[in-house]
Design a protein around this ligand. Structure first.
Ligand code: IPE
Ligand code: IPE
Ligand code: MG
Length: 250
């Protein structure tokens, strides 16, 4: 299965919108929370496979700012799952560092503490960084960046004329990692739902009908193989890109 992948062109950073848990459960006549629970198993599988493939950053959309509007019982179930599924052992076994992006202060205190603890315990792990976007939305993040930059200008720490694209990137919650080369959305919807708008300016997008709890190693390989079949031109022509590729080869 892995043979079809070019191991020299594995994305450094994969971002995923994990969608379809609720429909997966409904199809089985079960409550939505059952789908979220099954989704945790898929997270484990995909995290471990990404580590094996040499992916350096995996960013998982776990709970959006808009998801706060779901029924209180579902929100509580999701918060409970975050608490119980962050097991140090799994991160240690895979040598994975844990990070979180989002408006963390809105989360229940015990969840905040658990996140902090997991980040601290896994800080020295180096195979891959797994980032969960929790209470996250891109417009929240961009607004916060604008606010922080304005404050630095007001305090004289930054000159307005020195604000560049890098300044913006450095003020995003994702400042510590490169932009994702590949964005995957499971569950059949073809939309971005307020995820990483700044960072996906040139990401390759991959959509699959598969519900998140059913997404497995094979599905991940298919997404990466599809990514590898594309020519990333960044505004240049096909001929220019081919010429550059020729020059790079020894
Ligand atoms: C994604 O699955 C997980 C979260 C948004 C928390 P959904 O819960 O959105 O599942 P569907 O889209 O209703 O099937
Ligand atoms: C996006 O899924 C958010 C997460 C996967 C956490 P949703 O299911 O909430 O997205 P929309 O609202 O259908 O676009
Ligand atoms: Mg959904």
């Amino acid at each position: 299965m892995t043979q079809q992948l070019d191991m020299n062109r594995i994305p450094q950073h994969i971002a995923i919108i994990m969608d379809g848990n609720g429909r997966w459960a409904a199809e089985r006549g079960k409550p939505r929370s059952f789908g979220h629970q099954a989704g945790v198993d898929a997270v484990r599988k995909i995290t471990s496979e990404c580590t094996r493939l040499g992916v350096k950053y995996l960013t998982l959309y776990t709970f959006s700012t808009e998801n706060w509007n779901r029924p209180a019982t579902e929100v509580a179930a999701l918060m409970g799952l975050v608490l119980t599924s962050l097991e140090d052992e799994i991160f240690m076994k895979n040598n994975v560092r844990f990070e979180v992006i989002g408006d963390i202060e809105r989360l229940p205190v015990e969840v905040q503490q658990k996140l902090k603890q997991t980040m601290e315990h896994t800080a020295a792990n180096s195979a891959m960084t797994m980032v969960i976007a929790l209470s996250y939305s891109s417009r929240w993040e961009i607004t916060k960046a604008a606010h922080d930059i304005a404050l630095e200008v007001a305090e004289g720490k930054l000159k307005a004329e020195d604000i560049s694209e890098e300044t913006l990137s450095e003020h995003m919650a994702t400042a510590f990692m490169p932009d994702p080369e590949l964005l995957i959305r499971t569950g059949g919807e073809e939309r971005i739902s307020n995820y990483l708008l700044w960072q996906i300016a040139y990401s390759e997008l991959y959509f699959t009908e598969t519900y998140w709890p059913d997404f497995d190693e094979e599905g991940l390989h298919r997404a990466i193989a599809d990514y590898q079949s594309r020519q990333r031109r960044f505004g240049k022509t096909e001929a220019q890109v081919e010429e550059e590729e020729k020059q790079q080869k020894p």
